[in-house]
Design a protein around this ligand. Structure first.
Ligand SMILES: NC(=O)c1ccc[n+]([C@@H]2O[C@H](COP(=O)([O-])OP(=O)(O)OC[C@H]3O[C@@H](n4cnc5c(N)ncnc54)[C@H](O)[C@@H]3O)[C@@H](O)[C@H]2O)c1
Length: 349
């Protein structure tokens, strides 16, 4: 039987969701929801959707869908997901799951109560290189993980034109719902690194940085107060220690994730450079000669494919809301750590 999907929030990323679902067999996008009537009608026209709603509640009252993809801005994920869960609809929600751990946990509990499939769109789980790295580490290929370094680098704040695009501007302004680089990119790279390492953060410290980008630190009503870069130090619950950092000022990097993991018996490097994946290892007998070699990997399913497969099988799909909430807790603590300038020692004193 065909699975009927509702798209909630019909902005930029919603086109990608819709195209991904429409490309699957026996999956049908049946309608769109957006509070902005112009965006909604243009989206429905482009994708040939006959059902459109200006609120989730109106769509739920109509009810003729099995699942929803929530592609609204971060700060409305919580409010727009709850009515869907209460109506027992399966939900794939964009990342970050919420903007604070309390809301994220609320979504986990409500999804469990509803007994529906719940997933968060941590895009880079689609990486075959990442999946193979996590399997190799789980199987002991590098021994005990001791050290890791991970980064997610973008460069758009160094390129002309960003200050004229609302697409970029809202990402710099907390009043427009941004949690900065930490919430936007940090959630991806935190998931990427800890998924591969097969361990969870046990303790963290973090520094957020916000740089001057325009006279008066604003353009129109977009006040540039969200963080542009962060540097985080983590201890994982398997004893490994490492660093994660991210920036929108990383010249030479359009959209690049890089991860190195070092263990007692070898090392892996996994990367996603503008969508080009690579997995390399220094393993076994090659450790002594410090020889690195490419490791083959199979493509992994996208979150859209996993979501549909989970609905069909009735078995929960990964990454789920609980994973999204765990990551959100780390993001909250990172802000707290930065605000408290934890154990910062001024070099000049
Ligand atoms: N996984 C990824 O790699 C990835 C990439 C880009 C964006 N995202 C995430 O996707 C989400 C959407 O981002 P975007 O760039 O498409 O934003 P966008 O602003 O282009 O689109 C969001 C849409 O939601 C609508 N909306 C706002 N409040 C609403 C509400 N209460 N009910 C219904 N509609 C509402 C807006 O009118 C807008 O049309 C964000 O959470 C973002 O972090 C994820």
């Amino acid at each position: 039987m065909s699975i009927r999907i509702l798209i909630v929030g019909t902005g930029m990323m919603a086109h990608h969701h819709t195209e991904a679902f429409e490309a699957m067999e026996d999956v049908e996008v049946v309608g769109g929801v957006d509070r902005d009537a112009d965006t909604l009608s243009e989206f429905c026209r482009q994708h040939g959707l006959s059902q459109s709603f200006t609120s989730v509640e109106a769509a739920v009252a109509w009810g003729q869908f099995d699942a929803a993809s929530n592609v609204t801005p971060d700060r409305v994920h919580h409010a727009t997901t709850l009515p869907l869960l209460d109506a027992r609809k399966h939900v794939l929600c964009e990342k970050p799951l919420a903007t604070n751990h309390g809301d994220a946990r609320d979504m986990v509990v409500r999804a469990e109560d509803a007994g529906v499939i719940n997933m968060v769109n941590l895009t880079y789980r689609r990486s075959g290189a990442l999946t193979t790295a996590s399997e190799l580490i789980r199987d002991g290929a590098i021994g005990e993980v001791r050290h890791f370094e991970a980064s997610y680098l973008q460069d758009w704040l160094n390129l002309p034109g960003w200050s004229e695009e609302p697409f970029f501007l809202w990402r710099l302004s907390t009043a427009h719902g941004s949690t900065g680089t930490l919430g936007d990119l940090g959630v991806h790279i935190l998931d990427y690194a800890t998924f591969a390492a097969g361990a969870s953060p046990a303790s963290i410290s973090c520094r957020l940085a916000t740089f001057e980008k325009a006279p008066g630190r604003s353009v129109g009503d977009y006040v540039f107060d969200a963080n542009d870069s962060f540097t985080m130090h983590l201890q994982l619950d398997n004893g490994a220690t490492g660093v994660i950092h991210s920036s929108r000022f990383a010249s030479g990097h359009h959209n690049d994730l890089l991860l190195s993991l070092h263990g007692t018996r070898g090392a892996l490097q996994v990367s996603d450079i503008d969508g080009r994946e690579q997995l390399r290892g220094c393993l076994g007998n090659d450790v002594g000669s410090r020889t690195w070699a490419d490791i083959p990997f199979r493509p992994a399913p996208t979150n859209f494919e996993k979501f549909v497969a989970a609905i069909r099988s009735g078995r929960s799909g990964e990454p789920d809301f609980a994973r999204g909430a765990d990551l959100q807790k780390v993001l909250d603590l990172a802000v707290q750590s930065s605000d408290q300038a934890c154990r910062s020692i001024d070099v000049a004193t």
